[in-house]
Design a protein around this ligand. Structure first.
Ligand SMILES: [Zn+2]
Length: 339
């Protein structure tokens, strides 16, 4: 049998988390090539960190992986959700119905999980207006409808039984995991850190193979929004200072030296900021979409929001530093380099 990321991850876990009762499960998603890591901890009660998308195949595979551990989805008592994206909570309601499990999440994540349908509706409106301001052609914006259809198909709302507070400590097996707020990929991401054993569940905040997009987020209780790149870089620097020996991410391989990955990500962010400045410097002014076309000439249609989000995040950072000026409030917004 060829070695998969999962087997590699399991081996690292057996090495480093031996006796700590953490098991890595891996579920497919309806998105080709995208798999999601779900962690299972048996004690003090059978607990899952995150739940895959609402999909029969995903749940069947998860159940199959629980069997050799002497468990099944019917035994799960707690599901802890790291952030409100469907590949991390979509099936939580189904699992809770099967097993009676409680769902635990922070207040911000709970707001999404409990009001998922209306949050999606608001989000779709927000994203359409955002892409319009970015100068994205109307036919590309129209494609959002399909994306939100997908979001509704593979997740459903779920009641959150326990609101977790940042700084709160959750006991899992012999570990004591502190909840750390790590905004950047979303404003609400959290990671769970065992400070004495230097192990952390990092959700999508820190991944080995993918650089998580700093997504633009509809302002909610943040009147001015938040500068996602700044937030992300500061979360990453804080995580680097924790001296973690093992990071357990929401996708892909586990990381034995998260600091190395963190410095790669920070370097990548700086390079991207510079690239945005260089492209902007070639013309008197540009829309976000024109910059996106310069950076990602072969961009697939369904990744437009991610790409526009990313470029916006860097422009937002540069605007904050006084390097870039947004020329007017007209639609689409045009940006220029201050000379
Ligand atoms: Zn994810």
């Amino acid at each position: 049998m060829k070695e998969t990321g999962l087997e590699n991850a399991e081996r690292v876990l057996t090495d480093l988390a031996k006796g700590r009762g953490i098991h890595l499960l891996e579920a497919p998603t309806p998105v080709p090539g995208l798999r999601v890591n779900i962690y299972f901890v048996e004690r003090p009660v059978p607990t899952l960190i995150d739940a895959p998308m609402k999909d029969v195949l995903s749940l069947a595979e998860l159940n199959e992986q629980l069997q050799p551990l002497g468990h099944s989805l019917n035994d799960i008592e707690v599901i802890i959700v790291t952030h409100p994206h469907i590949d991390h909570f979509g099936s939580a309601a189904d699992i809770a119905e099967m097993s009676g499990a409680q769902v635990w999440a922070t207040e911000d994540t709970a707001r999404w999980l409990e009001n998922y349908d209306s949050e999606c509706l608001e989000e779709e409106r927000f994203q359409r207006a955002f892409l319009d301001r970015a100068g994205v052609p109307a036919d590309l914006i129209a494609g959002l409808g399909q994306y939100f259809q997908f979001l509704k198909e593979f997740a459903c709302p779920v009641r959150v039984s326990r609101r977790l507070g940042v700084g709160e400590v959750i006991e899992l097996d012999s570990g004591r995991f502190r909840l750390e707020h790590v905004p950047g990929h979303t404003p609400w991401c959290v990671m769970m850190v065992d400070d004495s054993k230097k192990i952390a569940f990092t959700g999508d905040f820190l991944l080995k193979d993918i650089s998580s997009n700093p997504l633009v987020q509809r302002p909610w209780n943040l009147p001015d929004g938040y500068r996602s790149i700044e937030a992300y870089a500061s979360s990453l620097r804080r995580a680097a200072g924790m001296g973690l020996a093992l990071a357990l991410p929401g996708h892909g391989e586990v990381m034995r030296d998260p600091r190395e990955r963190i410095s790669t990500l920070l370097g990548f962010m700086n390079a991207r900021t510079k690239q945005v400045m260089d492209i902007l410097g070639t013309r008197p002014d540009m829309t976000i979409y024109e910059i996106v076309e310069g950076i990602f000439p072969e961009l697939p249609r369904d990744e437009i929001f991610l790409a526009v989000s990313e470029v916006f995040a860097h422009l937002d950072l540069l605007e904050g530093k006084g390097v870039v000026l947004r020329k007017s409030e007209s639609v689409p917004s045009r940006y220029t380099l201050r000379r």
